[in-house]
Design a protein around this ligand. Structure first.
Ligand SMILES: O=P(O)(O)OC[C@H]1O[C@](O)(CO)[C@@H](O)[C@@H]1O
Length: 333
């Protein structure tokens, strides 16, 4: 990836090419003016440096009105990243030279912390964990080959499994349709938002599997979802998502769904999938009961940033298979 920010990633861009350098090197941010044209900022900063606003640490410069002054400021401060085709015009923000000088050490220290984070520093000291959800978008950036392989293998497994479900190579045993037509996502908060985002943003009008969510512990809501599925329960893939694998709301949802399966004479294990941390309660339940599949959630991915892990990718693959296949191929080859 070129010297771009994490958020500049585009799955279709050439920046997918493996690169070990930090995503956002310190030198990519210019804190001094990019060009040494005489600037209106220099003319007024002395007045402002003593103002109460400047003392309070706020950006303190009256908005420039003179067209020539505005033009100079624009020429001085227009930021361009040619590779990304990105232009950022900050010239109309009323900052002063003094403000930038004061901020420089803080910004440099933030950038250094970001480099450390990208190299796998323990950025979550409370839980002793790395923070690396962006490695999911480019596994070669992960700080060890073990993690790279782990991400790639999971992606591979997700793509293969989704292919077999959508292509009806894996079928629910008692489905009148002879294939999975529905998907029921059971998870809460960060473990529901990714799949919900995918359903809203990516799913076509008629996806291979339609999706429903149980994302809270309201018994009437759970019953409603199960009742709406009706006889299609026999054709429903149930994806239970929980990073910890022990969240009570999610477990309640699972127990209710399993009860509905029993009452309908269906074998839940032939239609259940778990996405969770290795050896969690959910993982062990799914393993012991012999569920259809299990996919890992990594401890260095937070729930609300997990959309590019199996949490978001499996639902994406089941609803918008071609898009996901494109991504799988890009990352894996
Ligand atoms: O993925 P888990 O372990 O079931 O945890 C879910 C909980 O964690 C969060 O995603 C983050 O704290 C909450 O939004 C949610 O209630």
């Amino acid at each position: 990836m070129a010297s771009s920010t994490i958020s500049s990633f585009s799955p279709t861009s050439s920046f997918l090419k493996p690169r070990r350098a930090p995503l956002f090197p310190a030198q990519s941010l210019h804190l001094s003016r990019p060009r040494s044209i005489h600037s209106i900022a220099g003319d007024v900063s002395a007045d402002l440096s003593t103002s109460a606003a400047a003392a309070a640490g706020r950006i303190a410069k009256p908005v420039e009105k003179d067209p020539i002054g505005l033009w100079h400021r624009y020429v001085d401060w227009l930021y361009q990243h040619k590779d990304l085709g990105l232009y950022l015009d900050v010239s109309r923000v009323g900052f002063t030279e003094e403000f930038l000088e004061r901020m420089e050490p803080r910004l440099q220290s933030a950038l250094a912390a970001m480099e450390d984070l990208e190299k796998g520093a323990i950025a979550n000291p409370d839980e002793g964990r790395m923070v690396g959800h962006y490695w999911l978008r480019n596994p070669k950036l992960a700080p060890s080959s073990f993690l790279t392989v782990q991400i790639e293998q999971t992606l591979d497994a997700v793509c293969k499994f989704a292919d077999e479900i959508v292509g009806a190579k894996i079928k629910p045993p008692s489905s009148p349709a002879g294939r999975f037509t529905q998907m029921l996502s059971v998870g809460i908060g960060g473990s529901a938002l990714g799949p919900q985002f995918v359903a809203e943003a990516l799913a076509p009008d008629n996806p291979p599997l339609k999706v429903r969510f149980i994302d809270n512990t309201d018994p009437a809501g759970i019953d409603h979802q199960i009742a709406q599925l009706g006889t299609e329960l026999a054709s429903t893939l149930v994806i239970v998502i929980s990073k910890s694998g022990g969240t009570p709301e999610t477990r309640n949802g699972l127990l209710e769904v399993q009860k509905a399966f029993r009452e309908a004479g269906l074998d839940f294990s032939k239609q259940g999938v778990a996405i969770t941390q290795e050896n969690s309660l959910l993982d062990n339940t799914a393993r012991i009961e012999g569920w259809l599949a299990r996919f890992p959630m990594f401890d260095w991915v937070g729930g609300r940033t997990s959309v590019m892990s199996a949490v978001g990718l499996l639902p994406a693959a089941l609803q918008a298979w071609e898009l996901t296949l494109e991504r799988c191929l890009l990352v894996l080859h």
